[in-house]
Design a protein around this ligand. Sequence first.
Ligand SMILES: [Zn+2]
Length: 84
Amino acid sequence: MMQGGADGETFRDGRVVIYVPAFDDDVTLAKTLIHELYHIDQLKRGIPFPGPRENTGPWERPAEEWEEQWWRNHPLNPLNQEGP
Ligand SMILES: [Zn+2]
């Protein structure tokens, strides 16, 4: 996430900061890293970084969707593990 997000932040210059709440558990940490990596990829693709008063939706929404999709398909997601 960016401003207002609790777990991590990617800056215009490509710096990434992972905040303490991201380390609550391994799934939260993995999702936070995947999310911020998506923002790095957006920067590499030249997608404009939102300005201070700009709507962050077009920047955040695809990162959030990718994060959810990644976890939905992850083999360690309990929903993807077959019972005995
Ligand atoms: Zn974000």
